[in-house]
Design a protein around this ligand. Structure first.
Ligand code: F0G
Length: 453
């Protein structure tokens, strides 16, 4: 059999609304050509993010009913704890309301003014939280990670050479920890190899520094290791996950990705002293240590999600369905970051809209084109997101992030048709200009207008 089917059947459905082109035109204008300002009900296929947008299983919903809402020592916490401990091997497990809360607490404990935190690529909230603690966030992904056409199997790897150079340049005293993001979201959802994780660990050992994973998409990363790295073909994904975590001293996790839930996060430690400090901050700002920022029912849903996410039929379907979209776009000549990543396809908008310079926001022009033509919501990762204060981002990307277990193959076929039709008429996409923008994180609320419309 060649067809890889969705390994689930549908029990509950949620209607999505077809709109006319004229309606979408009106919505887009009202939203100031910013898709963050569009109401979700006006979107047909929502590929804005894979975070918190997945569908839960019947067992997860059953867990929601089972949730124990006791303030301290809830049964749901212990179910959550046991599952996380078994999956990751960590002793100290702190629940938080989402990934960035874990980041904020971790950096408040470890980072001080003038310190430098290396990562393959920081996600934007991770970078912002390092900076919030007075540190500088430095990205050290391998050179292949910057080349959209490179077929390197682990384009998310950190350059060990660049990491050593950084230790040399700033000195170990100013580097409080090393982080590694699996998979590397800001670098195109690309995986990191076990060999690279081991090599980063060795550098940390040499300099006696803690090593943390930003492990939002740990299961997708493990599945890529199984498929692509020598020696892992016959290992179970659960074993690979456990090995990945075994090399680190802790992890921040947004459960909104591979936790298969709509809200939740984790902060994990091996060291009891650092865990103790973090737990005090957790109690101060998130909640008591057996619920963090969550309800008991959320802990049940995460425990079950962590069970389901390492099932290999699920991961095969997940990785293949993202690749299905990517492969068809590549076959039709659409420029994307290759090979397809784990949770999203990233279109190279600078090449797609070669008639629009960065100052005309080529990525946002494509985002608006996809919404106008087909009601699809994507997100710009380029000059609008990162180009404030005169900065020029390295790439102009549009991310099509695939929510987990939400869309079927025919939805994805529709997305492929839509992208190809917009590609055929790409010369009609119009540059944009900013009319209004806030001081920081402008992509969320800026208002734009089409130039020459
Ligand atoms: N780290 C990575 C690699 C992420 O992708 C995200 C979130 C976070 C940390 C923060 O987690 O949202 O639970 O606070 N990424 C989402 C995205 C928002 O769309 O890629 P959070």
């Amino acid at each position: 059999m060649k067809t890889i089917i969705e390994p689930f059947r549908i029990k509950v459905v949620e209607p999505i609304k077809l709109t006319t082109r004229q309606q979408r035109e009106d919505v887009l204008r009202k939203a100031g050509f910013n898709v963050f300002s569009i109401r979700a009900e006006d979107v047909l296929i929502d590929l804005l993010t894979d975070s918190g947008t997945g569908a839960m299983s019947s067992e997860q919903w059953a867990g929601i009913m089972r949730g124990d809402e006791s303030y301290a020592g809830a049964t749901s916490f212990f179910r959550f704890y046991d599952r996380v401990h078994e999956l990751t091997g960590f002793e100290h497990v702190l629940p938080t309301h989402q990934g960035r809360a874990s980041e904020r607490i971790l950096f408040e404990v470890l980072v001080r003014e003038g310190m430098v935190v290396p990562n393959n690529n920081h996600f934007d909230t991770t970078r912002a939280n390092v900076e919030h603690s007075g540190g500088e966030a430095v990205d050290l992904v391998i050179d292949e990670g910057h080349d959209p056409k490179s077929q390197h199997p682990f384009k998310g790897n950190m350059s060990i050479e660049k990491l050593e150079q950084l230790f040399e340049k700033v000195g170990p005293d100013r580097i409080p920890l090393v982080m590694l993001t699996v998979t590397n979201n800001s670098g195109g959802g690309q995986p990191v190899s076990m060999e690279n994780i081991r090599a980063v660990r060795a550098v940390c050992d040499k300099h006696e520094k803690p090593f943390f994973l930003d492990a939002c998409r740990f299961a997708e990363n493990a599945y890529f290791i199984k498929l692509r790295e020598e020696g892992y073909k016959d290992r179970s994904v659960a074993e690979i996950v456990r090995e990945m975590f075994s090399y680190s001293d802790g992890a921040t996790i947004s459960a909104k990705k591979d936790g298969l839930v709509n809200i939740g996060g984790l902060l994990l430690f091996r060291d009891p002293d650092i865990a103790g400090e973090a737990r005090n901050l957790l109690i101060l700002t998130e909640g008591f240590s057996t619920y963090g920022g969550l309800a008991g029912r959320d802990l049940e849903a995460i425990a079950q999600g962590f069970e389901e996410v390492v099932h290999e039929d699920y991961l095969q379907y997940r990785i293949r369905s993202v690749a299905y979209l990517g492969d068809r776009l590549v076959a039709a000549g659409v420029p994307i970051i290759e090979p397809p990543g784990g949770h999203a396809i990233y279109i190279d908008a600078a090449t797609f809209c070669s008639h629009i310079p960065p100052s005309g926001f080529p990525g946002q022009a494509l985002v608006c084109g996809l919404y106008r033509h087909a009601g699809i919501r994507a997100v710009e990762i380029g000059s609008l997101m990162f180009g404030g204060d005169g900065a020029t981002p390295e790439m102009e990307l549009v991310r099509l992030a695939i929510p987990r277990r939400v869309y079927t193959q025919s939805h994805i076929d529709y997305v492929i048709e839509a992208v190809l039709e917009v590609f055929e008429h790409r010369d009609k996409l119009k540059p944009l200009k900013i009319i209004e923008q806030p001081q920081k994180l402008r992509h969320f609320t800026a208002r734009l207008a089409e130039v020459g419309a």
